[in-house]
Design a binder for this molecule. Structure first.
Ligand SMILES: [Zn+2]
Length: 127
């Protein structure tokens, strides 16, 4: 056990993570099953329609959203695993305790604010 979170705080964060996990699960299932049969068949029929490029963009947007949700689902599952393993709430980069206030907003957070913003700055510079 590495952090100062109380049992009550951990229970709260775990509940939030589990809820988010179910939410993402459900949405990803909708993307996959919702699209595949009926809509795909309809799309085949409308393929030479004027709004085909528009539909293609929507499809791409949908896929990009699925990617994001898949990644977040991975982060949430990872956080739950760490929560059970006892190293939850410690910054993955510098190892300091992530404050409860930050975890409350972002229960799947891997890093403290300082490391997170350093990472984001690096990403913006294209590194
Ligand atoms: Zn850090």
């Amino acid at each position: 056990m590495g952090n100062q979170l109380t049992t009550g705080q951990l229970a709260l964060l775990e509940a939030a993570l589990v809820q988010r996990q179910h939410q993402l699960d459900r949405r990803l299932a909708e993307h996959h099953t919702g699209m595949s049969r009926a809509e795909h068949a309809a799309e085949m029929l409308e393929q030479d329609n004027d709004d085909a490029p528009q539909r293609e963009t929507e499809r791409e947007l949908d896929l990009a959203l699925s990617d994001l949700e898949t990644r977040e689902l991975g982060e949430v599952s990872n956080a739950l695993r760490r929560l059970h393993g006892g190293d939850y709430g410690l910054c993955a980069d510098c190892g300091i305790e992530i404050p409860f206030d930050r975890l409350k907003v972002e229960p799947a957070a891997l890093r403290c604010v300082a490391c997170e913003s350093r990472l984001e700055n690096a990403a913006h510079r294209g590194a």
